[in-house]
Design a protein around this ligand. Sequence first.
Ligand code: UD1
Length: 357
Amino acid sequence: MKKKILSIVGARPQFVKAAGLSKNLRHRFREILVHTGQHYDYEMSQAFFDGLNIPKPDYNLNVGSSSHAEQTAKIMTGLESIVIKEKPDAILVYGDTNSTLAGALVASKLGIPLVHVEAGLRSFDKSMPEEVNRVVTDHIASISLCPNETSLTNLEKEGVKKDVYVVGNLMQEVLMNYLDAAKKLQTSLFTKYDIKRGEYIFATIHRQSNTDKKVMLANIIESLICVNEKIIWPLHPRTEKQLRKFGLMTRVKTAANIIILPPVNYLESIALQEGAKSIVTDSGGVQGEAFWLGVPCITLRTSTEWPETVRSGANTLVDPARKDIAKKLNNIKPTKKRKAIIPKTSHKITKILSELF
Ligand code: UD1
């Protein structure tokens, strides 16, 4: 009989990672997929399941939005009874969200081995909720699956040495597998938004530190308005909510160079990123995508969990409080296109887990 793995997803980047792993994992394991409901709007959730053929979740906890403590606690409570009922041989979590942390804690309390995909990443900034989620999850995990050597070294320095493996990057594998399909959408997207290849900037902003204070969000907007190119900006619901709360939405809507959109699906996001002159973001995943696509990126943060993108020159960290963000974007240099390598991460993960369970 196949061993049982209970995988937990809840937020957008985790759906993308599950799209890369689930199918492969199911060759060797019986996977029970739990959606926590952390992201719940159609564009933030179901659009990814439909577009990336992710298996339908066996359970949806529908926890929705609330404070970090409440959201994490609701996921833990909902998950506990499912785990007790399903008795999985292992629990698998991805990345660094509240869904990851809650899954890790439940696994630990119930004594079930925990597999952490994307282990060992560090921004070394504990004011980020994601950093705390990563550190706690990494210290609970029984099996740590690292995307690169840097993350393996980070874990070693913290004394996490047992069952640590470098497996490559699942986001990169999914990106490369869907790139051709994404490129097919470009002509219609460029027509729809009246933009030209290489002549616009793709923007994503949602980080709590950039959206929760009016002064910070206003500075980012005023900077984007001063950029020479058109800016295509799909709005994360958190950002939209904050723009309205701070009375900044009209300023954005009336800016001549900013085109705001509802959240785009995965293929549209890749299509728009690949065709852009540059990218401005505060997302972890988008920094990686920009790097693999060879599109220069400015990250509006003072730290990153992907330091190799900065070392390569493809990604520049810019303090979002600075007044010269527009200047940096206007002067951005092209970066070299990278060879399309498809890491066989999903295959490696499945193989490692089959040997361990
Ligand atoms: C979460 C992750 C972050 C990840 C991001 C990807 C944590 C701590 N953060 O941040 O690491 O990069 O997802 O998007 O887990 N909302 C909606 N509809 C939705 C989802 C969210 O309206 O479908 C709104 C709610 O008002 C909510 C806010 O967005 O309060 C924030 O959502 P939440 O899931 O708590 O965090 P994210 O900012 O999305």
